[in-house]
Design a protein around this ligand. Structure first.
Ligand code: KIV
Ligand code: ZN
Length: 497
């Protein structure tokens, strides 16, 4: 079997999703989970883009041992200087540099011509080589680049020292056969192609990212660029879990990875909860319904023999239906153990705080599952916030007007208000707006139950517009009106400093 390298860009392309930005501590947590999952390369950020990104690359380089740490640059010297500086502590490092090669990019973005772009491509690889041995070149918008010109660029950058050449379908435009043929064309027409690895980097604008990636692999690509849960700008990137499980299910493709598939589910949940980005219920591999059989015929078949309707065992992706749930009788040690299984390490002080909230939740809810534990571990963030919900009382029902009274603690001072509205959430938000007198508009509002049961925790995601910018908020509570108000306050805390 041929080795296929997994290049994870959750912390770079994935993190470009508006509202999903992580702080450095959270990025380190994700990077360590990716290391445990077995990815080969972690693209840790775009260091010149912000001091936060620079710092994250530095800290991830220190925290992670085995995977190669990669930093993105444009094909300009200043970017490459900064990336090299950010990578100084990485045990194994790579600079990912490049330039747009399609006519759209050459004409409209660079106001240039093919010869000039070719020279700039060679120059940026040579410049990056001064700092690191491992240089990856990306031909941005390769999906819409003429194959003959693309081959010329790929050949030249390999000659200049590129160890990996990335062929991004930046706009998610290619059909699977077209993308596969592009890789095949390069494999057959680029002199020296075997001195480097060709990489796929597919976007999902037309829902074909995974199909295109597999087509690339079938035609010779040996690195795939992916994200957890397929997150990424617009419709996202190819999802890591889909590629890993396709290769596990289809041994005939004759390529293997080092992914420990049993870590897929916990990594997916960690990324989803840290980024406040819900996973769609029917998402392949990691969605809540991915292994749920509801039709009687399917249930009967699965009970008789799992393989009659399932091509994968949920345990292979780390879903253990018999996992021990925590209850009000569970102690600190059990909670610490569960946190560590989920990749969350805490000191004694933080454990005490989480345990206190755990007992409060266990009082309302019989069994505490992994999602609850993750939410409890993140709840500390709201405790440090400037605006906190002190109390909320709501009257609602059929035939009565919904009324809410609310008290907010703003930097230690208490403010109360009451309002009526079209339903309990509307009443509570109107009362909240009497205290926070800003012009804010609620755009997105989703409520999701985590598991099953009427005592379940409801997760609320909200998108609030203020001053022409969007802010995301998240709340979780067994009371969905309280969860909604918490989500609204979480969004407000991002712009009220
Ligand atoms: O989609 C793309 O082209 C990219 C490059 C910067 C690698 O993300
Ligand atoms: Zn991309």
């Amino acid at each position: 079997m041929d080795r296929l390298y997994i290049f994870d860009t959750t912390l770079r392309d994935g993190e470009q999703v508006p509202g999903c930005q992580l702080n450095t501590v959270e990025k380190i947590q994700v990077a360590k989970a990716l290391e445990t999952l077995g990815v080969d390369v972690i693209e840790a950020g775009f260091p010149i883009s912000s001091p936060g990104d620079f710092n994250s690359v530095v800290e991830i380089s220190k925290a992670v041992t085995w995977p190669v740490i990669c930093a993105l640059t444009r094909g300009v010297q200043k970017d490459i200087d900064i990336a090299a500086e950010a990578l100084q502590y990485a045990k194994r490092k790579r600079i990912h540099t490049g330039i747009g090669t399609s006519d759209y990019h050459i004409r409209y973005k660079f106001n240039s011509n093919q010869d000039d772009i070719l020279e700039r491509a060679i120059a940026c690889v040579k410049y990056a080589k001064k700092y690191v041995e491992d240089v990856e070149f990306y031909a941005e918008d390769a999906g819409r680049t003429d194959n003959v010109y693309l081959a010329k660029v790929v050949e030249a950058v390999i000659k200049a020292g590129a160890t990996v050449v990335n062929i991004p379908d930046t706009t998610g435009y290619c059909l699977p056969n077209e993308y596969g043929e592009k890789i095949k064309f390069l494999m057959e027409n680029v002199k020296g192609v075997h001195n480097a690895i060709l990489a796929t980097h597919c976007h999902n604008d037309l829902g074909m990212a995974t199909a295109n990636t597999i087509s690339g692999v079938m035609n010779g690509a040996r690195q795939v660029e992916v994200t957890i849960n397929g997150i990424g700008e617009r419709a996202g990137n190819t999802s890591l879990e889909e590629i890993a499980m396709i290769l596990k299910c289809h041994k005939g493709l004759n390529v293997e990875t080092q992914i420990n598939t049993q870590k897929i589910y916990s990594t997916s949940r960690l990324v989803s909860s840290l980024m406040n980005m819900p996973v769609q219920p029917n998402k392949a591999i990691v969605g809540r319904n991915a292994f749920a059989h509801s039709s009687g015929i399917h249930q009967d078949g699965v009970l008789k023999n799992r393989e009659s309707y399932e091509i994968m065992d949920p345990k292979d992706v780390g879903i253990d239906e018999n996992a021990i749930l925590l209850t009000a009788r569970s102690g600190r040690a059990a909670l610490r153990h569960r946190l560590s299984v989920l990749g969350i390490e805490v000191d004694n002080g933080k454990l005490d705080k989480i345990y206190e909230n755990f007992l409060k939740l266990a009082d309302k809810k019989k069994d505490i599952n992994d999602d609850d534990v993750r939410i409890l571990a993140g709840a500390e963030r709201s405790e440090q916030s400037r605006i906190k919900l002190d109390y909320l009382q709501v009257t609602s029902g059929i035939g009565v007007k919904s009324v809410a009274s609310i008290c907010l603690n703003i930097a230690g001072e208490k403010f109360e208000a009451a309002a009526s509205g079209n339903g309990p959430v509307d009443a509570a938000i109107k009362a909240l707006k009497q205290i926070i007198r800003r012009t804010m508009t609620l755009h997105e509002f989703t409520i999701q139950a985590i598991s099953r049961g009427s005592d379940d925790v409801g997760k609320v995601h909200m998108q609030v517009e203020y001053d022409d910018k969007l802010y995301y908020g998240f709340g979780a509570n067994t009371d969905i009106v309280a969860a909604s108000v918490e989500a609204y306050i979480d969004a407000i805390n991002k712009f009220v400093k």
